[in-house]
Design a binder for this molecule. Structure first.
Ligand code: MN
Length: 235
């Protein structure tokens, strides 16, 4: 059987003019049975053709999103942004959605998909989140360590990746998070402080957005279920 071709978005250094991506993303796709291809920033008019050749797309982690994309001005604690990457990925998101291909958004990719579908973000949790006592969401623990728990919402596609589990431990590297959920989405996991840690589209065939970094666990057998599920639906 042909392996599904999985496009993965990359970081772009505007000064060095070079692309980069953590190897964990490609290893996770390969391990789950997909064939990874790293996406470069092609012209908008070529996006539909590019997407037609792919069986699924992973929107990877990276810098903060330009707040103007959800009609906000920047707050003082906004981090570095990547306008070229924002422009490419927002256009790519629309092309992938109109083609109906499966989507996995990770960290920045989770936030970007929420914004692309009409939601908003906290630009900076420590200075903006007032709904509860905020946990440490930028962990100092090693990358593979699950530093805080999340409660899975029963019946969601995400919960089905972890049969028999209602609570899992995840790693955490974000100071931004989903604020208003995109229309037609539902929350699939929340941290104990109320932060949305995962969400998914209700109607779209497969659009899973995850705030933590499941790709970091590719070497740990019990934690690659998200990628397994994603590659399965891309087949
Ligand atoms: Mn977190």
């Amino acid at each position: 059987m042909k392996k599904p071709l999985i496009g993965i978005t990359q970081n772009y250094d505007e000064n060095a003019m070079s692309y980069s991506l953590a190897r964990t993303y490609v290893e996770s796709v390969k391990k789950a049975g997909g064939l990874p291809v790293l996406l470069t920033y092609v012209k908008e008019e070529d996006l539909d053709e590019l997407v037609q050749n792919l069986d699924g797309v992973v929107f990877s982690g990276g810098p903060d999103l330009e707040p103007a994309l959800y009609s906000e001005e920047p707050v003082p604690a906004l981090g570095g942004i990547a306008p070229t990457r924002d422009n490419f990925e927002m256009a790519l998101a629309k092309a992938v959605i109109s083609a109906g291909k499966p989507i996995l958004g990770i960290c920045r990719g989770c936030q970007l998909m929420n914004v692309a579908c009409g939601g908003t973000l906290y630009q900076d949790l420590p200075s903006q989140y007032k709904e509860g006592d905020l946990l440490k969401h930028v962990q100092s623990a090693p990358r593979w360590h699950g530093s805080h728990s999340v409660e899975l919402v029963p019946g969601t596609k995400l919960a089905k990746c972890f049969p028999g589990e209602t609570n899992i431990r995840v790693n955490s590297y974000h100071h931004q998070a989903i604020k208003d959920l995109a229309p037609g989405w539902k929350v699939s996991a929340k941290a104990p402080d109320g932060i949305i840690e995962a969400a998914e589209s209700i109607e779209y065939p497969f659009l899973m957005a995850i705030q933590w970094h499941p790709e970091t666990f590719y070497d740990f057998n019990n934690f690659d279920s998200v990628f397994k599920k994603f590659i399965e639906v891309c087949k």
